[in-house]
Design a protein around this ligand. Structure first.
Ligand code: TRP
Length: 332
């Protein structure tokens, strides 16, 4: 069976784009693959986090993975920091990847310049070595497929380069993964600025729909979604980004083709209402399930502990293999 792994940062709020574009697909595919999904809390601390908040967000992220339908009996759901082998393999990979390769990563360039150009004093070294840890997350499970958004493509390519180099230096040890970037993923754009992707950042609170937002607030956001003034319902992202976004979201939430849906409408009002209703319909059961899980910390704790145990079994073997290939003296 194909081994699949992906990670989700336990920071910010998970929004509709994450759900329709990724999480929902993970749940649909879980029976076809041997799936590993984790909350990447070690990646989160590459920028400073409030400890209390990191703890609660990590717990919420785990509840979310279960609430979207990932079955802890079917897949392995875990918290990255519960499996210490990730950081161990990461060091081996830091010594395999080059400084130049890390420096060329666009995510590092973007994030490090955003944090101010007053020298690089406030940019953590972890932000720089982040891709080696991500490579470790993937390679430690012998993952064949890594479902990620397009923004992670470069990290995936680097992961393959690192694995190839490791294998050519030390013999065939690591499995080369490939990115699984959905070709027809639902496009979910910001409701206020429909030429931008919906994002976690709080600068666009009115344009981004959190999957755990209360339903009246979701309805309000759809009602206020930006369209245009000519009142023609067409699925054409270039000419009509706002209207097309509503059709795309409605299509994704109801499993219908947005182009065909466009024929059902000749006004924006009903399209907005239907999109909101459809979204609320798919989110309500997820919201309910998450609330149940968060109100039963013992059950959630058991799920998390079981995940850590299952993940550690696989991860410890890979680290052992990699260390032995590199020539570390075995402990007798
Ligand atoms: N870097 C990814 C992101 O920002 C998160 C991530 C960490 C990840 N480790 C991973 C994704 C391993 C896929 C596989 O979205």
């Amino acid at each position: 069976m194909t081994r699949v792994l992906s990670g989700i940062q336990p920071t910010g709020d998970i929004h509709l784009g994450n759900y329709l574009g990724a999480l929902r697909q993970w749940a649909l595919d879980q029976h076809e693959h041997d799936s590993f999904y984790c909350a990447v809390d070690l990646h989160a601390v590459t920028v400073q986090q409030d400890p209390q908040e990191l703890r609660s967000k990590t717990l919420e992220t785990m509840a979310t993975l279960v609430a979207v339908g990932l079955d802890p009996e079917v897949c392995t759901l875990f918290v990255q920091s519960h499996v210490p082998y990730h950081t161990e393999l990461s060091w081996l990979l830091e010594c395999t990847v080059s400084f130049g390769e890390l420096r060329r990563m666009t995510q590092f360039k973007d994030k490090s310049t955003k944090q101010g150009d007053a020298g690089q004093e406030h940019v953590s070294a972890g932000l720089f070595t982040y891709p080696a840890l991500m490579a470790a997350d993937i390679l430690i499970y012998d993952a064949d497929r890594v479902p990620v958004g397009d923004d992670q493509r470069q990290h995936l390519e680097l992961t393959r380069d690192i694995a190839e180099r490791f294998n050519s230096r030390y013999g065939d040890t690591l499995v080369l993964p490939s990115a699984a970037i959905p070709k027809i993923a639902a496009r979910v754009m910001d409701l206020q600025e429909p030429t931008n992707k919906m994002s976690k950042s709080t600068d666009s609170a009115a344009g981004s729909v959190g999957i755990f937002e209360d339903t009246s607030s979701i309805a309000k956001k759809f009602k206020r979604a930006v369209t245009d003034s000519d009142n023609e319902v067409l699925f054409d992202f270039d000419a009509k980004p706002g209207v097309s976004n509503l059709l795309s979201i409605l299509g994704a939430a109801t499993d219908r083709d947005p182009e065909i849906l466009a024929n059902d409408y000749d006004q924006y009002g009903p399209l907005k209402t239907d999109a909101a209703d459809a979204v609320i319909n798919v989110l309500e059961p997820v919201q309910q399930r998450r609330a149940e899980l968060l109100s039963d910390p013992a059950e959630l704790g058991r799920i998390i502990a079981r995940g850590a145990e299952k993940a550690s079994e696989v991860a410890s073997q890979t680290v052992h293999r990699a260390k032995s290939a590199m020539g570390f003296l075995p402990l007798k």
